[in-house]
Design a protein. Structure first.
Length: 174
């Protein structure tokens, strides 16, 4: 019941925000791009939270991560300037990839859901869009990237090959 109520409240907030943004667009006569992403998160065996809910929309500023009992709620906004630093405009965001676990402690694993026949470039960016890691791997269907040296926080991982790319956010736990 608590899960359903939490999801209902978050959905209401997203709808209200979108309506306010559309009203602002109509009154100002300007264009507006709303970007909303949903990601699937996995739980590490040593992690204390039983439930994880993550939400991200395309506006400015970070809201934060909150813990309460068995729940971990991560909500925030992807700044347009940050997104522009991460995503190359000439490449298509259609590389079918899974990145897990998320949140992570020491390393992340990347599995490709389509054949990869050339080198794979993996970039990690901090929450401000600054590149903090870069590794090129030979063609492979799975890889592991050690990231235990990074401080806890929110990151973005970009996996690119063959003029395709995949971008998602990561959470590094202590």
């Amino acid at each position: 019941m608590k899960n359903k109520l939490l999801i209902l409240i978050l959905s209401f907030v997203i709808v209200v925000h979108a309506q306010e943004a559309l009203h602002a667009q109509e009154t100002a006569g300007s264009s507006l791009t709303l970007r909303s992403t949903t990601s699937i998160s996995t739980i590490n065996p040593g992690q204390q939270s039983e439930y994880i809910l993550q939400q991200s929309t395309g506006q400015a500023g970070v809201i934060g991560t909150y813990r309460s009992g068995d729940y971990l709620l991560s909500q925030g906004y992807v700044q347009a300037g940050v997104w522009a630093n991460i995503v190359h405009p000439d490449d298509v965001l259609d590389l079918r990839t899974e990145v897990f676990p998320n949140p992570f402690l020491d390393e992340v694993h990347v599995s490709f859901l389509e054949p990869v026949n050339e080198p794979v470039h993996v970039f990690v960016f901090d929450n401000l869009g600054r590149q903090v890691e870069f590794v090129t791997y030979k063609e492979t269907q799975q890889l592991s990237m050690p990231l235990g040296h990074l401080p806890p926080g929110k990151y973005y991982i970009k996996v690119a090959t063959d003029h395709k790319q995949f971008v998602t956010h990561l959470i590094k736990l202590e």
